[in-house]
Design a protein around this ligand. Structure first.
Ligand code: ASP
Length: 321
């Protein structure tokens, strides 16, 4: 069987087991499993890494438990503003959007930009006009804003304390990386940004080398956490550079990027990376990162807490005996 693999994340955040109710935890696991399956099926049929990461991210954009598309966080104005980026590691083409409000699937708009636009990054109404011109579905606030997010926003407005089971700064950005049977890597990230962010704030997600990066020669990366910290550390590129120029392994590069300039860059960080062999690394300083991985010929893997370590593939275990 030809090698292929997909890995996803649904955000990293500082949360303790007692702060997350069981129902929400189960909803995360189920949402991750669905997204992983949708991406895996694309690869299994011989589809491209680019289509696989889009499919996985679309699934999480549809799911209200994640902070992307429907159910995403609101700005201080009580509105949605989405950022997304996708990169093809084969052609190094990129599509990214910032601050779009009405596009049902921001990652699909990013992909159309990658495929059809002379520019890499479109923002606001210009990006929405491009979506309309390319027949992508638009939706109004009634589709995106869930009662839960409206309530969080009202709580914030009234400066109420954090509510049980739903810490105020929850960030559930979603992302995916994949390797297809032709050896191509791709990365995609989509987000509603930080809860109660300023109108017009754009995070790391659509910044290539910040929150998203893919290059067939080295790796594909998708980040989550505090966008300002990730951008300032250029963390996706840091993983790439540590592997390419310093010869670090995938996991070591990911771990070092999570710790980079820890004294100056304080904040939540989560990094998902995949190398040219389809191996995966997750690095995070939050204790909690929603994540999943499925490689050809192996069992799918879903985890939330740090203590849930990745199982080794059966073949590797055999070799170590
Ligand atoms: N990185 C995202 C941002 O800053 C947030 C997140 O990962 O949840 O916009």
């Amino acid at each position: 069987m030809k090698k292929f693999a997909i890995a996803i994340h649904g955000g990293a955040e500082s949360v303790n087991p007692g702060e997350l109710d069981k129902e929400k935890e189960e909803a995360y696991r189920q949402g991750l499993a669905e997204a992983l399956k949708e991406g895996y099926e694309v690869l299994e049929k011989g589809g491209s890494a680019l289509d696989a990461v889009e499919a996985a991210v679309n699934s999480m954009e549809r799911n209200v438990v994640f902070n992307a598309g429907r159910g995403a966080s609101l700005t201080q104005r009580g509105e949605n503003e989405f950022d997304a980026a996708i990169m093809d590691g084969n052609t190094l083409r990129v599509g990214a959007v910032g601050g779009v409000r009405y596009v049902q699937h921001p990652i699909s708009l990013a992909k159309v930009i990658l495929q059809k636009c002379e520019h890499c990054l479109l923002v606001g109404t210009g990006a929405e006009e491009f979506a309309l011109a390319n027949n992508l579905p638009l939706k109004g606030p009634e589709y995106f804003i869930t009662p839960e997010k409206r309530e969080t926003w009202l709580d914030k407005q009234q400066e109420k304390a954090e509510r049980k089971g739903m810490p105020g700064s929850m960030t559930d950005t979603v992302g995916a990386v994949a390797l297809d049977i032709n050896g191509n890597l791709a990365a995609a990230t989509s987000t509603g940004g930080l809860t109660h962010q300023l109108k017009g704030r754009v995070g790391d997600t659509p910044i290539i080398g910040g929150g998203t990066l893919a290059n067939n020669e080295v790796c594909a990366v998708s980040c989550t956490g505090e966008g300002e910290v990730i951008m300032r550390g250029v963390l996706a590129h840091e993983v790439y550079a540590l592997m390419k120029y310093a010869g670090n392994s995938l996991q070591s590069a990911t771990d070092k990027a999570v710790q980079l300039h820890d004294d100056k860059l304080k904040g939540d960080r989560g990094i998902l990376a995949m190398d040219t062999a389809g191996k995966v690394a997750f690095g995070f300083n939050t204790g909690f990162m929603k994540r999943g991985y499925h490689a050809a010929d192996e069992e799918p893997y879903i985890a939330l807490w740090e203590s849930e370590k990745l199982k080794k593939p059966a073949k590797q275990k055999e070799m170590e005996k």
